[in-house]
Design a protein. Structure first.
Length: 395
């Protein structure tokens, strides 16, 4: 792809300069010119009213009418549906209602009939069950082969995956096989009312920009969605639906790896994504020892301890307890942020919390703008007082 400017036609109006998000267009001696910051995004082409910015890409809109329906990949582990799947069904239901298409699910594994039936009360009108001994344990290639064959046969308009370890591994493999794009780690999904395209919304450039991505010329539209950012679907036992078996015809040659043994890692504590109360610490806590007072507060509240990216990088809390854009997204009833400035990267992981309490010495810290309650003070003085108050109240 290439973009160039027809200098003879350029009037130097500067509209392309304003439209470029990268500062890649300048007006020099009354003419627009491109510099080496250009990413070929095409924003300048759309902004130019005189047609003097050209590209060698000819975008043809193919017939996409044969694709219909929203398909959610229902990840399961040892027969248990991953909680993020219920969130995807909740998001998918809204999309399905907006575009007037059915909401379906795809479940792969061995002896998955019961797990497949459990998805119907959460809104899946059809659950495609890919039941095969080769799919008992997750392996990238057999799963990618079976799901790609289902998608090619079913032709859904939209396919959604949770951005779990499995989803992040599987979705790009399938997208590559189908020759379509994939938007990773979405935090929002909407239907463009004017075109019917899926608006795939995600943070970009370290969380400083929110990008909206469209797949205008290919189907299916594929995205992975961060767990914890979507409201889960409500269970309704009266909903009707059906489980439809799908024969993927998996061969041993479809799997380059063989599972010899599965070893479960023991976590130091519970999953922070399941906690109703989280006490999180950041750089302002000062040290690993400083987290002891946070643990005492979390214990008094029956909650879990978490940390910002800095706290994890400094070794103060384990990586599985990180909250933020590069960690986990959480939605506890109560989130207490201690010594956390409130940068957008961290905010992306906890903005869905019910009540947010911030403790920080800096009254101008961004965390106070998103907090329901704020305490300006030293974490090491405030947190022990909170804990003492809770303990005294219980006596």
């Amino acid at each position: 792809m290439a973009i160039w400017i027809e200098a003879e036609a350029c009037t130097g109006c500067g509209l392309c300069v304003k439209a470029c998000p990268y500062g890649a267009v300048e007006v020099v001696e009354g003419k627009a010119v491109l510099n080496d910051r250009c990413t070929l995004c095409g924003a300048c082409i759309e902004a130019c009213r005189h047609g003097c910015i050209r590209t060698d890409v000819v975008e043809e809109t193919p017939d996409l009418s044969g694709y219909r329906g929203i398909l959610v990949f229902a990840e399961q582990r040892e027969g248990a549906i991953h909680p993020a799947v219920i969130e995807l069904l909740g998001a998918g239901a809204g999309i399905a209602a907006a575009c007037g298409e059915p909401l379906e699910a795809a479940l792969a594994g061995r002896d998955v009939r019961e797990a497949a039936e459990s998805l119907i009360p959460f809104g899946a009108s059809t659950v495609h069950a890919i039941d095969d001994p080769a799919l008992e344990a997750y392996r990238t290639l057999p799963y990618a082969t079976s799901l790609a064959r289902l998608i090619e046969a079913r032709k859904p308009s939209i396919v959604l995956f949770a951005a779990t370890h499995v989803g992040r591994d599987l979705a790009p493999r399938i997208a590559a096989r189908l020759g379509v794009g994939l938007t990773a780690d979405c935090t929002g999904l909407e239907i463009d009312a004017s075109t019917g395209h899926l608006k795939q919304i995600r943070p970009a450039f370290g969380g400083n920009v929110i990008a909206t991505i469209l797949s205008r010329t290919t189907r299916p539209q594929m995205a992975t969605v961060r767990p914890g950012v979507m409201a889960p679907a409500e269970k309704d036992a009266s909903r009707g639906g059906e489980v439809v078996p799908f024969e993927a015809s998996i061969r041993e040659a479809d799997g380059a790896a063989k599972v010899v043994e599965r070893v479960k890692r023991r976590k130091s504590g519970g999953d922070i994504r399941d906690a109703s109360v989280i006490v999180a610490g950041g750089r302002g806590v000062g040290s690993a020892e400083g987290f002891e007072s946070l643990r005492a507060l979390a214990k008094a509240l029956g909650g879990a301890v978490a940390g910002s990216r800095v706290a994890v990088e400094l070794g103060w809390v384990p990586a599985e307890n990180q909250v933020g854009q590069t960690g986990f997204t959480v939605r506890p009833d109560l989130y207490i942020a201690c010594g956390i400035s409130g940068a957008v990267q961290h905010a992306a992981g906890m903005m869905g919390s019910g009540t947010i309490v911030a403790v920080n010495r800096d009254p101008g810290a961004p965390i106070f703008e998103m907090a329901d309650f704020g305490i300006v003070g030293d974490v090491h003085a405030v947190v022990p007082l909170l804990t003492k108050g809770l303990v005294d109240r219980e006596r």
